[in-house]
Ligand binder design. Sequence first.
Ligand code: DAS
Length: 331
Amino acid sequence: MSKKAVVAVGALGGTIAMSAVGTGAVKPELDAEDLVAAVPELTNIADIRAHSIANVASPAIVPSHVLDALAFARRAVDDGAVGVVLTHGTDTLEETAYFLDLLWDREEPLVVTGAMRSPNLPGADGPANLLSAVVAASSEEARGLGVLVVLDDTVHLARLVSKTHSTGVWTFRSPGWGPVGRIAERKLRLMLKPARMFDPLPVPSADPLHIPIVQSPWADDGMWVTAIASNNPRALVIEASGVGHLSEAAADACEQLMKDGLLVAMVTRTGSGTTLEHSYGYPGSEEDLIERGIIPGGFLTGRKLRVLLHVLLSSGADVDTIRNTVAGHGR
Ligand code: DAS
């Protein structure tokens, strides 16, 4: 009898692990063993090693959970796993997956999955998502692609994926790009590969950093900029309109913050596409903002840029390194 490859499954919590208690509302209850036991077919794919890292909902996830997950995944690979699956709440799954993607230093696939419907609901998607994630994690073709997000039989790069709908099981999409593969008949059908991979960044400390994300509103008076400064942020991420535009009042207020030493970066608030650099030249345009010192995030979303700044700042990167790294990752 041929020995099956080992895939490690680390559970962090989320709807995939929730059960109804009291009123019928769900909360995290099931551990990694429970999740794996609910999908007997997994044993046809791989020899599964299940481990509970945490059991929390998305809003409770902090950097130490991500570093614990990284340590678990590295250990699993060192012990011979061909790939690793992490289960996670879907609400902040994209940030955790991207955080890990910035640090993952192995060829073995690291796949993050979750569920939109809890196990007690008809049509619960957790078991199918776990199965597909294990298929991807055990696939030779997924090696070297960094961190992948697999739900709804669809395979996304962690660096491109976003949760785009509050309830749909198809919520994970890569706006402006699309998925790189699909799972069908228990196989990974990989269609696309990233043109560029990045060197892993230094592992940061587990300390949380205060980095607000603010979306610039219509008729922006810029008052929020000064309000934010009073809480001593380590950096500020602005979701600016269009290709990176602010009102002149907001631009002036940001310039003052940068003179006071705050790092300010921006992305487009449209949800996909890139910031530009030299297309518009009025006060508050992307050219003006960059000239004043704001770092453009390119194709990164605000959530992704915040994670990248977190990793860079908490490992002590200087402003030039941050500017260059954001330029590379956002291009
Ligand atoms: N929205 C839930 C989920 O899909 C809750 C969470 O993210 O923890 O997992």
